[in-house]
Design a protein around this ligand. Sequence first.
Ligand SMILES: *Cc1c(COP(=O)(O)O)cnc(C)c1O
Length: 456
Amino acid sequence: MNRYDTKTLQEYDRNYVWHPFTQMKEWERDAPVVIVRGEGSYLIDSDGNRYLDGVAAIWTNVHGHCKKEINEAIKTQVDLIEHSTLLGLTNDKAAILAKRLVDIAPPGLCKVFYSDNGSTAVEIGVKMAFQYWQHQGRPRKTKFISFKNAYHGDTIGAVSVGGIDLFHGVFRPLLFPTIQAPAPYCYRCEFGESDSSRCGRRCLQELERLMTAHADEVAGLVIEPLVQGAGGMIVQPDGFVRAVRELCDRHGILMIADEVAVGFGRTGAMFACQREGVTPDIMALSKGITAGYLPLAATMATQEVYNAFLGEYREMKTFFHGHTFTGNPIACAAALASLALFESEGLLESLPPKIGYIADRLQVMIEHPSVGNVRQCGMVAGIELVRNKETKEPFPWEERVGVRVCREALRHGIFLRPLGNIIVVFPPLSSSLEELKFLMDGIEASIEAVILPSGA
Ligand SMILES: *Cc1c(COP(=O)(O)O)cnc(C)c1O
């Protein structure tokens, strides 16, 4: 069926592909799984093996792989036009999608600025907030508040507002400084609180102190609402996002919500901010926007933000930013097909029993001697593995317990990608209860297989 056999494909990969976030010396020693097809919640490799996609094609997939309706929408669009430009023109799909996004977004977000990945969506938000204050006659408002442990992407500006040391380390001299606020993580609360809402309150007190001290120089605050994703799927206590919104209002700071990971149904609502009744000033969207089909991103803004950029040409108030593939019609057509499926399949309405099922399974897993913490928000969960449950002593990072558990999971027909020693549960939203059972069974068995025999 394939013109290239598995061995050849692996050899080409080893010889020519440089993988992201990967120590290639180690990669070259292994034979990678070569995915050639997808079917619903499953990935299928070049030897015909099937793996349940436990991380939804790195947090992007919504309706399953190779979804007929989206395939059709893309095929139809290809026969109309593949790409034109939003510089000096518009296209039908970009215009319709902008209208649809405004319809479903938190009320007040009414303008859509397109790009093509999550990092740029955030970086556009940061530049927008910066330039906004320049036009408001507040040129000193140039700084950003970011959260510890935050992840907003890998371009220089997005890394600057991130808070994961591992990603910051080598690039620090290239980054702009931010004012860093503590983020709730009650399992390892820096204030020593073990209760999630008390941990959240302490973080908010500190945030308020920072805002009071720096409001005159702060343009915006960047937050991953409800869940810090790459930081370890760390869930914020109820009311946290709402409280951050109120603090931003009180101190005249634009709130930039990075919904790149949590947007499009992942938390059980279409957008995470909606669970807290919050409208951010700027909202970044990407991963799930095309249901995992094509690169597309949108940075949404309020009328108030948009208006600050209006003026005569010679006033130089234009937002000077743009990407070549901005508003690509094929990507927009895929996004429109995905939004139509949310409705026709009642996807959001179908989630509560699945969310409940994952919760039940996590309640059992927390009893395992090496599971220190479990956390969940809608259809995303993190299972934190520790060497010592009482002292919360982590497994040494060199032991790479997370990686080993995920490697074991492959043998159970499941593909997972950990974050350090945190096992990430992030299946396609369309996964059936049977598939979720298969996934959670496999994770449980893989943890058992990897951790118990070593006596850890
Ligand atoms: C993945 C991610 C990004 C970066 O998106 P890319 O498309 O990889 O650039 C930004 N923010 C969050 C919250 C993400 O999870």
